[in-house]
Design a protein. Structure first.
Length: 176
């Protein structure tokens, strides 16, 4: 039975650095940490990954999984990626660059799950609970604020007895 890991994390506007500056040292360290974590998880036997398809951490980590999936070394493993979408119009109002990244990730997903048929208050939390319920491990990239979707997902995972591994965004900043 494959081990499953879901990813949760803050959206770009909640990062402690300017996420839009893709050429910054902070952004490079952040993406490198995600890339390394994806590889580490695969080496530990996690072969099934679930992304909530949100801007920022969700899509960035999914891109790392896609990269590793395409590497010939990982062909010996059956790496799968599932998109857990909270509602059909998730990208409505997003800037074009995020919609393009969303479409790219979605096109590389092995499974696409629509958690709710339409938007309602709490549909993103329902998506997060779906991911936790389907996972052996929850990997969270978090700004440390004890509020919001990432915090709620971490707490839900702990209540459900799921293993959690947390990368604090402040630790990335401290490594500079």
């Amino acid at each position: 039975m494959p081990l499953t890991c879901c990813i949760t994390g803050n959206r770009p506007e909640k990062f402690p650095f300017d996420y839009a500056k893709k050429d910054s040292c902070e952004y490079a360290l952040y993406t490198d940490a995600l890339f390394q974590k994806a590889e580490e998880l695969m080496r530990r036997g996690y072969t099934s990954f679930i992304t909530g398809m949100a801007r920022g951490v969700d899509l960035d980590f999914a891109c790392c999984v896609i990269y590793h999936k395409c590497e010939t070394f990982w062909d010996i493993l059956d790496i799968t990626l599932e998109a857990a979408m909270p509602y059909p119009e998730q990208t409505r109002g997003w800037p074009r660059r995020y919609r393009e990244e969303y479409d790219y990730v979605l096109s590389h997903c092995d499974k696409k799950t629509l958690v709710s048929s339409g938007y309602f208050t709490g549909c993103e939390q329902k998506r997060n609970q779906y991911m936790v319920d389907k996972s052996d491990l929850v990997f969270a990239v978090w700004n440390g604020e004890e509020k919001g979707g990432t915090w709620n997902t971490i707490r839900y995972a702990e209540r459900k007895g799921r293993k959690t591994e947390i990368l604090l965004l402040s630790d990335i900043m401290d490594s500079i």
